[in-house]
Ligand binder design. Sequence first.
Ligand SMILES: Cc1ncc(COP(=O)(O)O)c(C=O)c1O
Length: 450
Amino acid sequence: MKMLYEKPVIKRLRTGLMNKYGNSPAYMKRVCTEIDGVTVDELAKEYGSPLFVFSEKALRAKFREVSGAFSTRYPDVTFGWSYKTNYISAICAVMHQEGAIAEVVSGMEYDKARKLGIAGEDIIFNGPHKSPAALRTAVREGAMIHVDHLDEIADLEQIAAGEGRQVGIGIRLNMDTGIKPQWSRFGFNLDSGQAMDAVKRIYSRGHLKIRGLHCHIGTFIMEPNAYAVEVEKMVRFSYELKDKFNYEIEYLDIGGGLPTKNRLKGIYLPPDIAIPSIDEYAERITDALYNSLRPGDTPKLILEPGRAMVEEAGYLISTVIATKRLPDGRRSYIIDGGINVLFTSNWYKFNIEMDREVSGPNENSVIYGPMCMNIDVIDESVQLPPLKRGVRLIISPVGAYNVTQWMQFIEYRPNVVLIGEDGQVDVIREAEDLSDIERRERLPERLVLD
Ligand SMILES: Cc1ncc(COP(=O)(O)O)c(C=O)c1O
């Protein structure tokens, strides 16, 4: 291919910053013209910009990679799809088609799973706030309820008494696994004896019985050994419950937290080096199970990975709407998708690719979103050639937590599309318009303008 002419430039090198002679290859003029065979241009023209694009192929492949790593090592493994990570119905449906049950943390998410056709007994109900009404429904429908605190135990005991039967529940544990900061606000602390005290209370009242243990040690856990510690502690506790109270623990739910190949801010090694493979996690976790379980015991192992399943299947196509020089000389770009739709830009330094070859020297640039808010920054420092208005930037991976934590703030939320395995593109969430914003508002008669 003939090289494009680049005019020579003289540029002051600043130490500590990436420059023309020391670029990270990940940021050098990367071009992305299509996603799963559909051109970026076609997608943006048909569905607008910004636009979330999900790859069904990537979604299914990731599910199979993660679930395969565990199911080839342990005989009884179930995955709970963490709704909060991405509860667009089509995404949940793909995960359920692949065999995941549902993991929900609110009455809203519970209703969503039921509406999608998931039976109550295939719903894991976690979270610190479950209303008595939601708990009653979950009890009647046989969901796996994981209690978070003593007040919830009291609610459940009352419901069980009303139903005139003993209700099986799971108990959420928190513990020291070496991960800092320790997630200690959910469930009962194992190390201090708080969890055992809760079990004694449950046992003494007799309305409930414990059938499962749950723990979620945190998110983006880069240390497989932390899970080994978690599993060993959970197994030991399950045997204490069996030996002291005759509780049969049917399952150990070790939560989510598996990392992705996204680039966390502040971690300078590339993800391929910094992040252990899924196989390493599966190996450590199943080794810990085999080392701590009594011979012949194989309780169900439940996992709830969220971001690891969906993050890498999602892209945001955005468009440069303006370019500007900042007073300190840096080049900056304003794009049409900001922190309103990319909540995870708080933690990640995304891959930013262009939809075309752009000639010219790379410069340290800032990317701003469209909000009239100073905090709306998608990347503080990225090497980019001189981009013109209209160039599309493809930002990835953004499939986890953004389309649930996005804000309806200042701008409408955009279309979300799913590219099927055969290349068919479907809108799975329509862009908003003014009617969505106003639908829940009420304008008192006296305030209607003439
Ligand atoms: C109980 C529970 N399970 C699963 C998840 C999914 O976590 P991740 O996306 O880190 O895998 C979360 C997220 O916070 C959670 O709270």
